[in-house]
Design a protein around this ligand. Sequence first.
Ligand code: IMP
Length: 181
Amino acid sequence: MITEKSSDKLIELISEETIQQRIKELAGRINGCFSEKEELVVVAVLAGSILFASDLVKRLHMPVQLEFVRLSSYGNDIKTCGKVKPVDLTLPSLEGKNVLIVEDIVDTGLTAKFIIDYLKLQHRAGTVKFATLLNKTCARKVEIPIDFSGFEVDDKFVVGYGMDFRGYYRNLPYIGYFPQD
Ligand code: IMP
């Protein structure tokens, strides 16, 4: 049983150093896709991607506009409710712009599909690319075009480096999981 206070039981899955090294590689690949003068709008999906997005954008070389949306797919626990709830979709016009969506983790893929479709269809963004730190391919329910993926993870609930359980653990610099009791 996971509780908010049981961080002593947390097992490290991906270390801080490994995360930072991988972000460096991802940023290098993203920089390679755009010229140094091409503007890029980075749309970070809150709250989980906050640490990943902030470390990633520091390494991008083109002019970057950083924007945020807030979506919710997990009720208050570790099971997805199967529906994406837009909490805040306030964005400037993205028509014709190069957009990079930044997510913490793609699980079922429903959140990713929602935001990709929203930016393409409602905002008519020019190009939409998608970056995620973690990819839980085994839990996928819908097909998602992922352009930049940090790490493949098993179907276990992870916390840390932006990801939470009941609002806790987002501040951890590494990613971990709780063993099944
Ligand atoms: P999806 O819509 O099922 O792909 O879920 C995406 C969102 O659910 C992510 O942006 C996370 O906020 C959350 N999520 C999915 N798996 C985990 C996990 O293992 N730990 C913490 N949050 C997760």
